[in-house]
Write a protein that binds this ligand. Structure first.
Ligand SMILES: Nc1ncnc2c1ncn2[C@@H]1O[C@H](COP(=O)(O)OP(=O)(O)OP(=O)(O)O)[C@@H](O)[C@H]1O
Length: 246
């Protein structure tokens, strides 16, 4: 584990005027201001509807950790645009071993922030020296994704992912489950926002459901996401007929 808690220090709390604006109006951010956000396991999965605030949370933690959206040496090639107001304010309580390990400039190299659109751009590159030699430009999106992920997850680090399942089929998602699980077993910490019930089922992961209520821990079988998929797969017609009725 690298980070145990994300929080905002008393002195850095936004004033009332700021709190009436994004991102503090998003319920999960409001809760983070009040309680902080604890990371209890090597793998934390955030699920929730579109717009619930998953990206806002994981992006700001990645930023507070010093991760560039593309991470490591690639940061020099693909600079992110701006930063998030929350990322600037967020403080992270690091584990004692992480603080030792991450002292100095090594910090930025000790992890990656990968979002689907970033991975798309990376797979368009025909090999990145020091990362992967394969010509991912000649692969399908899903094949390229898995190659990029596999090569980037090569050492213990703090990995933040935003909807990495984007281009992946069912079986490729299972491969990603295996990759992420392996990271959790070998000293890395992973934060992942996802809409995939497959990724949410990574053994031992801490599941946080984000929504109008803020954020809360849940078991996989109690997630709204899982409930929707279960009902849909049982009887798609129940959902779809309302959409196509004339
Ligand atoms: N730069 C921004 N300025 C203002 N509002 C924003 C900005 N970025 C996101 N929002 C709003 O913040 C809320 C949370 O967005 P966020 O992208 O974190 O949701 P999400 O849970 O990641 O959604 P999705 O599953 O669609 O990726 C949304 O209502 C969104 O419209």
């Amino acid at each position: 584990m690298f980070v145990e808690r994300a929080y905002i220090r008393e002195n850095d709390l936004p004033d009332d005027a700021e709190r009436s604006q994004w991102p503090y109006t998003v319920p999960c951010v409001d809760q983070l201001l009040e309680t902080g956000l604890e990371f209890q396991k090597p793998i934390t999965i955030f699920v929730g509807d579109n717009g619930s605030g998953k990206s806002t949370l994981v992006e700001s933690v990645a930023e507070a950790f010093g991760l560039n959206p593309e991470g490591g040496r690639l940061a020099a090639v693909h600079r992110p645009e701006g930063g998030s107001p929350l990322g600037h304010r967020l403080a992270l309580a690091k584990t004692a071993s992480a603080s030792r390990m991450l002292a100095g400039p090594r910090l930025r190299k000790q992890g990656f922030f990968l979002r689907a659109e970033t991975a798309f751009r990376l797979t368009a590159l025909s090999g990145v020296p020091g990362y992967w030699e394969e010509n991912t430009a000649e692969m399908s999106h899903g094949e390229g994704f898995l190659t990029v992920f596999g090569k980037m997850f090569d050492k213990p680090g703090f990995y933040v992912m935003d909807e990495p399942e984007g281009a992946l089929s069912f079986s490729s998602c299972l491969q990603l489950v295996s990759l992420i699980h392996e990271l959790g077993q070998t000293g890395s910490q992973v934060l992942c926002a996802t809409h995939s019930p497959i990724l949410a089922a990574i053994p031992g992961a801490d599941l946080i459901e984000v929504g109008d209520h803020g954020f809360r821990r849940r078991r996989w079988q109690d997630l709204e996401l899982v409930d929707h998929w279960r009902r849909y797969l049982e009887a798609p017609d129940r959902y779809v007929r309302h959409l196509v009725e004339e």
